[in-house]
Write a protein that binds this ligand. Structure first.
Ligand SMILES: [Zn+2]
Ligand SMILES: [Zn+2]
Length: 156
């Protein structure tokens, strides 16, 4: 009886672990902002690429591609995509919220990997979901520090 009761819990923990591993497998990028805040986000979300209905979609180029890593990585290097990344920088007023305005009517939130209408951006960055993603990105950047700490202690 006892075992049967414990089983579901262990199963949840295992699912949680697998989910984490999938997230960790994604290539990450460290962004250092003008205000020197550091954030870690996935390479895909930095490039405005999401996985929708088993296909990749680049919100910046408004392009859909096959769900193949190679195709996706090639897309990131396209001249037109690179040009759009530069011409649609993160909105400075929103700093670490990592919002790009991708068209007249839409913005892209790198932290949440979602497209949101321009007029809803303010409420989006104040939402709990967004704040949670922001905390995660800040925390991930901090987890890169132990290496630096190690060096400091070593020099003492
Ligand atoms: Zn693109
Ligand atoms: Zn967001």
């Amino acid at each position: 009886m006892f075992k049967a009761l414990r089983k579901p819990k262990a199963h949840v923990a295992e699912m949680e672990r697998n989910r984490k591993r999938i997230q960790d497998d994604q290539e990450s990028v460290i962004l250092t902002l003008k205000n020197s805040v550091k954030l870690v986000v996935t390479s895909d979300s930095f490039h405005c690429i999401r996985n929708i209905d088993y296909k990749y979609n680049c919100a910046l180029c408004d392009a859909t591609m096959e769900s193949e890593t190679k195709v996706k990585e090639n897309h990131k290097n396209l001249a037109e995509h690179q040009r759009l990344l530069i011409t649609h920088p993160y909105l400075e007023d929103l700093a670490e919220n990592l919002i790009r305005q991708i068209s007249n009517s839409n913005c892209y939130c790198t932290l949440c990997s979602i497209v949101t209408p321009v007029h809803l951006v303010t409420s989006h960055v104040l939402s709990n979901e967004h704040k949670h993603e922001l905390d995660k990105a800040l925390l991930k950047a901090k987890s890169y520090r132990p290496c630096e700490n190690f060096d400091l202690n070593h020099n003492k």
